[in-house]
Design a protein around this ligand. Structure first.
Ligand code: GLU
Ligand code: ZN
Length: 294
């Protein structure tokens, strides 16, 4: 039997602009797909309009284009997929696999983000409530291609988690699992900040009878001061006029050293070189910005 064809994706959230950490994730997912002749899809994770930055979607697409990325097919927007998400939430709720939670933020203080199950047996109606999925007393584990073995006991370490917020918006955990399956994603390559989301996603895949992709979590880029580069930290947006040097730095962060004669090559040429020389086994488990700029 032939192995299923490779389909990868990059799935930015327009709550901000792309930063160096996003470039590392985009580049790794792109190269891992193209190196084996696979497809590379782009999905805009615009699930949270209140947190969306005006103009971020356009800026993200323009940045990807100026860095030489070419995606297959049409851009998918999660805001176009609400009917699918709602159908799954309704089904899980009517089957008793999910339930309504009316807890206030204040009531959940002191539980370190682990939902203690207060509404599990309350039988609240779904209206004007968050919807949580019941998690089993089980450990979910997987082997990440870079980070190695990872496991989480869902009940103890996460608790029943939200799939639809009280304001009606859908949770990332639900949408990502449905869309990865719907788009036929074989390989999820993304930042290590999502490593601890993966066991929840494995559980949803199992519950919904969806295939489990392979996972590769690229290192988070740590600032020299020890802070991680990300949305929560003031990470500068990627400049569109410095694509080549920043691609070179991102390749270094991924353990793919670029020969000196290519350092001033245009982005498309760098990406072509990097595709033919891609070696995912060289990706380090963590990286600092200082190392990336050496
Ligand atoms: N949208 C998520 C983010 O920007 C990434 C989701 C994923 O790759 O699974 O952090
Ligand atoms: Zn509750």
């Amino acid at each position: 039997m032939n192995a299923p064809a490779y389909t990868g994706r990059f799935a930015p959230t327009p709550s901000g602009y792309l930063h160096f950490g996003s470039l590392v994730a985009a580049l790794a997912s792109y190269l891992d797909a193209r190196a084996v002749g696979g497809r590379w899809l782009l999905r805009m994770e615009d699930l949270d309009p209140p947190r969306e930055v005006a103009g971020a979607q356009t800026a993200i697409l323009q940045t990807l284009e100026s860095y030489g990325f070419e995606w297959d097919g049409e851009l998918v927007r999660q805001s176009d997929r609400h009917a699918e998400y709602q159908a799954v939430v309704d089904r899980l709720f009517s089957q008793g696999l999910a339930y309504a939670c009316t807890c206030s933020r204040k009531q959940l203080e002191g539980y370190q983000g682990i939902y203690p199950g207060l509404c599990r047996n309350a039988g609240h109606p779904a209206q004007d409530a968050a919807i949580r999925i019941r998690v089993p007393e089980l450990t979910y584990r997987f082997t990440d291609r870079v980070q190695g073995d990872y496991q989480q006991h869902l009940r103890r370490e996460v608790g029943d988690f939200i799939i639809q917020r009280r304001d009606g918006f859908y949770a990332y955990q639900l949408a990502v699992v449905l869309d990865d399956a719907w788009q036929g994603i074989s390989d999820v390559v993304r930042g290590a900040d999502l490593l601890d989301s993966t066991p929840r996603q494995l559980y949803l895949q199992e519950l919904l009878g969806l295939p489990q992709p392979r996972y590769l979590h690229v290192p988070l880029i740590i600032q020299p001061d020890g802070n991680k580069l990300g949305k929560s930290y003031r990470s500068p947006p990627l400049p569109t006029d410095q694509a080549a040097p920043l691609l070179v730095r991102a390749l270094r962060a991924l353990g793919q050293p670029v020969p000196p004669e290519l350092k001033d090559a245009p982005p498309r040429e760098l990406l072509t070189w990097a595709t033919t020389h891609w070696d995912a086994t060289r990706i380090p488990r963590s990286a600092t910005l200082a190392e990336a700029s050496l």
